[in-house]
Design a protein around this ligand. Structure first.
Ligand SMILES: [Zn+2]
Ligand SMILES: [Zn+2]
Length: 164
């Protein structure tokens, strides 16, 4: 397979292994090219590119006026919002849906995925763990109420039986 060329500076990218997935990494600008599906496997989320919303593209603010090009299809990349990571902007190929991540962006996506995973367990809605802890809380509450009622009953009996 031919080496991937960096979409920004056209230098040959190096293949690196991350979590068993081969990524193309640019030595020069620290950018990373991800083929479709690789981001989902990397960030261990089940959502990949379909959740990325196309963003009304304003004029590019890149230092170079050249639009990055997809190393696979040679078409200009489009800027999109990666919603999972706040308002992170990434470049995506409209053709093959590969992703171009500039320096630091992959880490932001990792961080966001980590936060998400910690917040909502596996990401499934209504995690079973939450339900069981809910019913456990209810059981504890009922037990405490019964004990409290028992204590009050004992106290009342004791007050009534006390010689005045
Ligand atoms: Zn580069
Ligand atoms: Zn492409």
């Amino acid at each position: 397979m031919a080496l991937t060329k960096c979409p920004v500076d056209q230098s040959e990218m190096r293949q690196i292994q991350d979590k068993g997935i081969a990524l193309d990494w640019c030595d020069l600008c620290d950018g990373i090219w991800l083929d479709p599906g690789e981001l989902a496997r990397l960030s261990r989320t089940t959502v990949d590119i379909p959740n990325l919303l196309p963003k009304p593209a304003p004029a590019r603010t890149h230092e170079s006026s050249k639009t990055p090009q997809c190393p696979r299809c040679n078409v200009p990349l489009e800027e999109i919002l990666y919603e999972q990571a706040g308002s992170l902007q990434v470049d995506r190929c409209p053709g093959c849906h590969g992703l171009w991540l500039e320096r630091g962006e992959l880490q932001e996506i990792y961080d966001a995925a980590g936060r998400k995973l910690r917040m909502s367990g596996s990401g499934e809605p209504a995690a079973p763990a939450d339900n069981s802890s809910d019913s456990l809380g209810t059981t504890v509450l009922i037990t405490v109420l019964i004990l409290l009622a028992g204590l009050i009953a004992i106290l009342v009996i004791w007050i009534f039986q006390r010689p005045l």
